[in-house]
Each structure stands twice: as structure tokens, then as C-alpha cells.
Design a protein around this ligand. Structure first.
Ligand SMILES: [Zn+2]
Length: 450
């Protein structure tokens, strides 16, 4: 009895079915319409020498449709199920290609259309970025000049300054990629650019050296593009500048990294390496890591790197010995890691970690012009020391080296008399020949510095 009555009771009535259908309808159609509407929260323009990057901050992933239209030239960004969460008129347009940005009517239901009016035709490339650190969903639109004219290849710096040592100075991060965040939220990308600019100025004051920046403004350059630029200019040396942050604010000091195929053993080392490679996930669309079999690629790179690895360590040692008087060293020896930015076959490369901006003192120092001057002076001296001792073939420094005079010590000669006869000091001769005392022997060959 009880059973029967229960069965009867459980059987849905027509009214019940209707109520359930209605509820289902409400859930399926009403709720998503409210919850799935994404918002455009921000819009930024980054201009680099070869492209304009437009970034839209979105509250949710949006399946955008981006295309170009002619007469007049414009780019249309259709964002379905999206609404404005910003004032387009307040967006600053810094671009060689985009004249202005405006809203337009859209045929899409519950969507918006943003139009970029162009100064000249552009090639458009677009991709989505997933939330990363403090960033949310982003839509990236890259615009490059669509000129059909063939631009004659520019001469490289090495061709323009035949006798000079060419040094590529690479300011880490930039644009949409701020890098590490400091104790008082100072961003790494500004510190690296300030240091890089100062280093280039100092190096260019030295006769026989031409230095240049891989980026000279606040925009992002892909990791492989940086080393590509260095190769294009036929750089002899590649110096990448970074600053880092670590969860423990007590961790401090500068260190120099060189390339290696070995894995790092220290905890901080592993953490830094994983961070450096995270760069790739953040903003780099130039990289297609699946393009190569990693083992084949690594073998090829390591074969051509035999020379570069050894000389990179030599540079790192010279720079470190100059840096120790200016900065606390996080590590007194060159550290080795397989950073993507250092995989520049054939070019001796170092990565300067100028300090940990998560440490209050390091952050303060690296933001001060006085310290930046001292720091870049130490880098310059270290690089110069290396170049003088290992001058690249065909450069002024190499010919200076070949002009070195050798002096054969004869009976009755003293160090001070030899120094006097060549117009150099006793200390000059001592340091060139790594002599600790003032005694010289008959038959000894001394190098006389210029
Ligand atoms: Zn960095």
C-alpha cells in the first residue's frame, strides 16, 4: 500500500513537467546570457621598430573575429558576447600604423565592434593569451607594415664599423612583459632598459667598440628575435641584462649566467631557469618549440657552441671580477643555465642578473642613477678587459695585440730601466707579465704593454 501510494505520488504531473521545463529553460538561456558576457577592461598600444602590438584586456576568453577592410584602410575587431568596460576615447594610441580607435555598430548579437583606422595598409596577426601572473585573458593584435616595395638590406654594424668589436646589449622584457616585480613594485623592464642604455653609451665611448641595443623602448621583442638581431649586426659579444625577484626578500646580489647544457643544481638556480623559460609562455608568439626535435636542435646548437661557451665563461669571469667592488655578488662564479636568450650559436653571450629587486636594497640601488652608473662602468671595464685579452679577429684590438713588443732581458738590465726605455711604468710591465716581484732574469722574455 505504502509502495503503491508512493509510486503514484512520484509520478510527475503535467504541471510538474511544465515547471521543470521552465526551470531548465531559465538555466539554459537566461543565466548564460548574464554570466558569459565578457568585458573589455583595457586596451594598450606598444610600438616597436617593426610592428604595432595592440593588447585588449578581457574579463573572459572571447572568440574574436579580426579582419581588415579597405577604402579607407582599417582593422575590425568583432567581439561576440562582449561589452565595454572602458572608455575608448581615453585610450592612448601610440602607433606608426594606427591613426585612431573607435567603436562601430556590429551585426553580432550582444557583441561589440572596435575599429582601428589605419594610416597605411597593415598585415594583421592575432592570438589569445591565457591568464598569467597578474594578467587576465588578453587578445593580442600585431600589425606590421604591408609594403610591397623591396627594401634593400641595410648594412650591418659590422660592415659599417669594420675594425670595431660589435657588442649587442639586450634589455630583458619590455612592453606587455614587465618581467619581475620589485619590493616596492618597480618593474624589471624599466631597470633593464636603463642599465642597457647606460652600458651602450659607455661602450660606444671606447675607441674600437660599437655597441647597440636589441630594444630601445618599452615594447616586447621575442627571445629568438633578440639573438637574431645580434647575428644580423654580426655582434661579437651578446650581453643580456635582467633583474630578478625571489619569494624570499633576503635573497640579493648580482650574478652572471652563461650558457650550458647542464641543469642547475641550486634551488635559486632552478627557480631562475624556470622563470626565464616562463617568458616564452607570457608573450612570445614567435617561438614554435614543436618545430624542432629538441634533441636534434640541442645537439646542433651545442656543436656550434663549443667556442662560444668557453669564451662566455671567460667574459663572465672578467665582468664578475670588476663587479665585485660595486655590487654584492649573489654568486662569485659564473652560473650556467640553458636560457633561451643565450642560445645564440657562435656569439659569446652572458646574462647579467643585476640583482634581486625583491630585495629592498637591491631594488633601491638598481633604481638609482648613481648606482646604475657604477654598475655599468664595472660591466664596461670587465668587457674591455676581456676584449683586450681575447680580441676578435680583424678588429683594431686584434691588431693592437699583434703589435705587442717582446723584450729579451740582457745582462745588467733592471725592470725600471726597461720600463723607462719603453716609456711605460714598472707596474705596467709587472701586470702584463703577471710578475709579483721586481726581479728579472737574463734570457727572460717580457711583454711590453702599449
Ligand atoms: Zn628577466
Amino acid at each position: 500500500m505504502i509502495h503503491k501510494s508512493n509510486q503514484q505520488y512520484d509520478r510527475p504531473s503535467r504541471a510538474n513537467i511544465f515547471r521543470h521545463m521552465l526551470l531548465l529553460f531559465v538555466l539554459l538561456f537566461t543565466l548564460p546570457a548574464f554570466s558569459s558576457d565578457a568585458k573589455v577592461k583595457g586596451m594598450r598600444f606598444w610600438q616597436s621598430p617593426d610592428r604595432t602590438r595592440v593588447v585588449l584586456d578581457l574579463s573572459d576568453a572571447v572568440n574574436a573575429n579580426v579582419f581588415s577592410l579597405q577604402s579607407p584602410e582599417r582593422i575590425v575587431i568583432d567581439l561576440p558576447n562582449t561589452e565595454f568596460g572602458l572608455d575608448l576615447d581615453a585610450v592612448t594610441v601610440t602607433s606608426d600604423l594606427v591613426d585612431k580607435v573607435r567603436q562601430s555598430a556590429t551585426t553580432e548579437n550582444q557583441g561589440i565592434r572596435i575599429v582601428l583606422d589605419l594610416k597605411s595598409p597593415a598585415i594583421v596577426k592575432t592570438f589569445n593569451l591565457k591568464p598569467y601572473l597578474e594578467y587576465g585573458h588578453r587578445l593580442v593584435i600585431d600589425l606590421t607594415n604591408n609594403t610591397n616595395q623591396k627594401i634593400p638590406p641595410k648594412k650591418s654594424l659590422a660592415q659599417l664599423h669594420v675594425d670595431n668589436v660589435i657588442i649587442a646589449v639586450d634589455a630583458g622584457h619590455g612592453g606587455e612583459d614587465p618581467g619581475a616585480s620589485g619590493y616596492t613594485k618597480k618593474q624589471e623592464k624599466y631597470i633593464t632598459l636603463a642599465l642597457a642604455k647606460k652600458l651602450v653609451t659607455r661602450l660606444n665611448k671606447i675607441d674600437g667598440i660599437t655597441a647597440f641595443l636589441t630594444r630601445d623602448g618599452d615594447y616586447y621583442v621575442g627571445l629568438h628575435k633578440r639573438t637574431f638581431i645580434a647575428r644580423q649586426q654580426r655582434a661579437h659579444i651578446f650581453v643580456s641584462i635582467h633583474a630578478d625577484a625571489f619569494p624570499n626578500k633576503k635573497v640579493k646580489g648580482a650574478s652572471i649566467w652563461t650558457l650550458s647544457n647542464k641543469r642547475s643544481n641550486s634551488e635559486v638556480g632552478r627557480w631562475l631557469a624556470s622563470k626565464a623559460n616562463e617568458d616564452l609562455l607570457g608573450v612570445d608568439d614567435d617561438l614554435d618549440l614543436k618545430q624542432f626535435d629538441p634533441q636534434v636542435a640541442q645537439t646542433l646548437v651545442s656543436l656550434s657552441l663549443e667556442y662560444a661557451v668557453g669564451s662566455s665563461i671567460d667574459i663572465a669571469k672578467d665582468v664578475l671580477s670588476n663587479l665585485k667592488s660595486v655590487s654584492v655578488l649573489h654568486s662569485p662564479h659564473p652560473r650556467q643555465e640553458s636560457f633561451a636568450v643565450l642560445t645564440s650559436p657562435g656569439i659569446p653571450s652572458i646574462l647579467v642578473e643585476s640583482g634581486f629587486i625583491s630585495n629592498p636594497n637591491d631594488e633601491k640601488n638598481l633604481s638609482s642613477i648613481n648606482y646604475q652608473n657604477k654598475f655599468t662602468q664595472a660591466l664596461t671595464s670587465g668587457l674591455l678587459h676581456y676584449i683586450k685579452n681575447h680580441p676578435p679577429e680583424g678588429t683594431k684590438f686584434a691588431s693592437l695585440n699583434s703589435q705587442k713588443i717582446n723584450h729579451l732581458v740582457k745582462s745588467g738590465e733592471t725592470l725600471s730601466a726597461i720600463a723607462l726605455s719603453y716609456g711605460v711604468t714598472v707596474n705596467d710591465i709587472k701586470s702584463s707579465n703577471q710578475l709579483s716581484g721586481n726581479l728579472v732574469k737574463i734570457g727572460q722574455v717580457l711583454q711590453i704593454p702599449q
